[in-house]
Design a protein around this ligand. Structure first.
Ligand code: LLP
Length: 427
């Protein structure tokens, strides 16, 4: 995890820097991201999958130009799912052929831009998109490499809003009823497309590998069907992202090399049984790479004990910088990091500054009873889907992302200002 240490005086340092100094220099709230940890995780994934497989970092978890450069240097590819993410990736020098473009409703403008840029693959999500991308590629005089995203009908054990492989949802083309096979057949007919593989993403924050096992089995089953019916062996399969991380002490995530070994074995075994050449595997971890690498640093503003209930601790951010607690009932931990305290623990709820009672950052936590305005709190594991899902609700300004490394800190995404807000307001 992050290189966070606490010295005898209780001073917490990250990447060699005192958090009090970070708060002084960059203000609060701030996401503090450990560059060495990010690079180490990216490298671990890359190394675990070796040269026979590709790792596409899922940019939706958190994307900035610095992150794109780190990924590029560490040999990872990138999955983008909007024109904005594509622009960020290209502007930071990610080679287009190492970019995969996702989404269930890419616009014509986005598709055109992606093809013109030369992205390595577009993942097709519907029959209409198969026709649309083929048409655009052909009119640009090119053949676009594509994968088709299918839903394999697996119930991943995770929150309903982030599970994606059951059939009754918006992503992908169902395997059921021969729809995915039909989609493949159509894509194979179209001159504008070079169908390179099948894609499956079963959901997020998953710990149990059995969902991937079933998905691999069904994807390979489709490859076999395609071979048997059309005489074509597709060279690639992508098993998506979704590997879980520890938000509190209770979860026990798998290491990248275990995941790589498991997935490679499953696919190898299934292909052998089907007498298929083993396709090149790719995966798309987002959270598992960036999630643990950052914490959010907040300053306590008020402490309100409610007799017989709990103490409400208000911090200077909230659901605008971390919507996950309100949206998914996500669990986080929190610690006092600006000093030590020998005070008794009290049951606290860490809440934000927004005009909404659901504005909760950490639902239940024990914090020292002498907690006071001005204390700094850190909420770990906020690297994924926090800054990337941040909003301006109540016209609150989005926090910066501060990267620390070897005793140095710099903002890689600066704090939003009131001028930024007013600049958009052109009425
Ligand atoms: N590939 C595809 C096609 C995806 O849709 C996603 C996530 C990923 C990869 C990366 O999944 P990861 O490894 O990061 O779990 N906002 C939610 C998560 C939504 C994920 C959407 N797609 C959250 O805060 O938990």
């Amino acid at each position: 995890a992050q290189t966070v240490t606490r010295d005898a005086d209780g001073v917490v340092t990250v990447g060699g820097i005192d958090v009090n100094r970070l708060a002084e220099e960059f203000g609060t709230p701030a996401y503090v991201l450990d560059e060495a940890d990010f690079r180490a995780r990216a490298r671990a994934w890359r190394t675990a999958f070796g040269t026979d497989a590709d790792v596409f970092y899922a940019g939706k978890a958190f994307l900035s130009r610095a992150v794109v450069r780190w990924l590029n240097e560490e040999g990872l590819n990138l999955d983008v799912c909007s024109g904005g993410e594509l622009t960020t990736a290209l502007s930071a020098g990610m080679p287009a052929e190492r970019i995969a473009f996702h989404g269930n409703n890419k616009s014509v403008a986005e598709i055109t831009r992606a093809i013109e840029a030369g992205v390595g693959r577009i993942v097709l999500d519907s029959f209409q998109e198969i026709a649309r991308v083929a048409h655009i590629a052909q009119s640009l005089g090119t053949r676009q490499k594509v994968q088709i995203r299918i839903t394999v009908g697996v119930e991943a054990h995770t929150h309903e809003f982030i599970a994606t492989a059951h059939e009754d949802q918006k992503f992908g083309i169902p395997l059921a009823g021969g729809q995915a096979a039909e989609a493949v057949w159509r894509a194979l007919q179209l001159d504008g497309l070079e169908l390179i593989g099948i894609h499956s993403h079963i959901g997020s924050q998953i710990f149990d590998m059995s969902g991937f096992e079933v998905a691999a089995h069904r994807v390979v089953g489709l490859l076999k069907e395609i071979r048997d019916e059309h005489g074509v062996e597709l060279p690639e399969i992508d098993l998506g992202g979704g590997l879980g991380i520890a938000y509190t002490g209770d979860d026990d995530p798998r290491e990248p090399h275990e995941i790589a070994k498991a997935l490679t074995e499953i696919v190898g075994r299934e292909c052998e049984a089907a007498r298929l050449r083993t396709p090149r595997i790719s995966v798309e971890p987002g959270r598992a790479i960036v999630g643990p690498t950052a914490f959010t640093l907040y300053e306590v503003g008020t402490v309100k004990p409610l007799e017989g209930l709990r103490t409400y601790v208000s911090v200077d951010g909230g659901m605008s910088d971390n919507i996950r607690t309100a949206l998914y009932d996500a669990e986080y931990s929190v610690a006092l990091v600006s000093r030590t305290s020998d005070a008794e623990p009290m049951l606290a709820r860490v809440v934000g500054k927004h005009c909404e009672s659901g504005d909760i950052v950490v639902r239940d936590a024990f914090l020292p009873a002498d907690l006071a305005p001005g204390d700094l709190l850190a909420v770990p594991a906020t690297g994924a889907y926090c800054r990337s899902m941040a909003s301006n609700y109540n016209h609150v300004l989005r926090p910066p992302v501060v990267a620390v490394r070897d005793g140095e800190a710099r903002a890689v995404v600066r704090r939003e200002t009131e001028e930024d807000l007013l600049r958009l307001d052109v009425g």
